[in-house]
Design a protein. Structure first.
Length: 411
């Protein structure tokens, strides 16, 4: 194997509630990406998607990156990082300008986007993503490239994702003090969309649900654009805690039982199946019915999908989701979770696995790696144009070249 050039390497660093995962990818001449290394470590400093312990998070990042470096046979210096948590907010906005020259010019596009992003924000809040949906010229909608078109009025519809400034700064600090540089920060659900969804689903309308340990991230796409995002305060850890309390077993054992024997639907478990359950205090394990385990899991899963259903209804896109629901995240490995989701939401449901990659596909072919793979794919689109930056740091009024590259990236 030849020496890998630095510019060919991309690294997605998924800083989650239960684990930190570093995924190393190598870009190919064909414009694809091969996975060449993966490293994971227990997450010691994150709760509900938010950093609560700087030192613990740094240690977890370093451990995951070191393991990924050993597998990939390279040194890691730059990473694409994720962000999630209850502080994430999604808002749709629009801007409108009159066309003085009766033709869309560069300055008009800059001005209408500046107007669309000019919404009131709390003092400890910043724009993380600015995602174009469409342009309109004199009420003609569905326009993706307005430059040069004639009319008297230009309008832009966008989706803004905002985040707590302090949460962004804490993640950046952890990455930097781990000896790394963060090239871009991406909301979990947006990264997962990159790895999981196909173009037909995006066009026809789809809900991406990423069930993490501490939170569940939701993204709704319609006509190829993100139109709604949200973070729900329930994740896989809530199921684990319910098992620990119900069975009076330690948290690590409850997690093991959930992964190995868990089922989201009681009706799918045979009455005669039993499992060995360790108990606290070192006493002798108990033999309990697996159906009892499902009875503990099912109410929490039902609560989660009821919240998802409410979020879909409140978005206003409930009747425009021909592709249904796509589930990803480690918790979606639970038996019966897709069947349960179909019953609650009334939508077709599939479990999403990372796609569009090569290399160590068998290693990362799991919903658990959706965010890490998505970060790589998100970053790959930018590696050939260093002027393209994260929408949160882009200055729209400066250089059209940046704006043009950015718009081309999303359409």
């Amino acid at each position: 194997m030849g020496k890998i050039r630095k510019e060919e390497i991309l690294v997605g660093l998924d800083i989650g509630t239960s684990k930190v995962c570093a995924v190393v990818g190598e870009s190919t001449p064909e414009g694809e990406i091969d996975i060449i290394g993966v490293g994971t470590a227990p997450s010691k400093g994150v709760r509900k998607g938010v950093v609560i312990d700087i030192d613990g998070t740094i240690e977890s990042i370093q451990n995951a990156v070191e393991e990924a470096e050993l597998m990939a046979g390279c040194s890691i210096h730059e990473v694409y990082t994720n962000i999630s948590g209850g502080h994430i907010r999604g808002n749709n906005s629009s801007g409108m300008v009159a066309l003085k020259e009766r033709e869309v010019r560069e300055a008009d596009v800059q001005k209408v986007l500046d107007g669309a992003r000019a919404i009131p924000l709390p003092s400890d809040c910043q724009i993380l993503h600015l995602l174009p949906q469409q342009f309109l010229i004199d009420d003609q909608d569905g326009i993706s490239k307005p430059l040069g078109m004639r009319g008297v009025r230009l309008e832009a519809k966008i989706h803004l994702v905002t985040a707590s400034m302090s949460s962004v700064q804490n993640i950046t600090k952890c990455v930097r003090q781990s000896g790394l540089q963060s090239s871009l920060m991406v909301f979990d659900a947006i990264a997962s969309c990159e790895a999981i969804l196909n173009e037909d689903e995006k066009e026809l309308g789809v809900v991406l649900v990423d069930i993490g340990a501490g939170t569940t991230d939701v993204a709704i796409l319609e006509s190829g654009s993100i139109v709604h995002t949200a973070v729900l305060p329930i994740g896989g850890d809530h199921i684990t805690n319910d098992i620990a309390v119900g069975f009076r077993t330690p948290i690590p054992e409850a997690e093991r039982l959930k992964i190995k024997y868990g089922c989201a639907k009681t009706s799918l478990v045979r009455h005669d199946e039993t499992i060995q359950v360790p108990v606290v205090g070192g006493r002798r394990p108990k033999e309990l019915s697996r159906q009892l385990l499902a009875e503990i899991i099912e109410p929490r899963v039902e609560e989660l999908f009821q919240l998802i259903q409410q979020e879909i209804r409140s978005s206003g896109y409930e009747d425009l989701l021909a592709s249904g629901l796509v589930l990803t995240g480690g918790c979606t490995n639970l038996d019966g979770i897709c069947e349960f989701a179909e019953e609650v939401t009334g939508l077709p449901v599939r479990r999403g696995f990372p796609q569009g990659i090569g290399g160590l596909v068998d290693v990362v072919r799991s919903p658990s790696y959706a965010t890490g793979i998505g970060l790589l794919l998100h970053g790959m689109r930018r590696q050939h144009d260093p002027l393209v930056r994260s929408p949160s740091t882009m200055s729209f009024g400066r250089r059209w070249r940046r704006l043009r590259g950015w718009l081309a990236d999303f359409f």
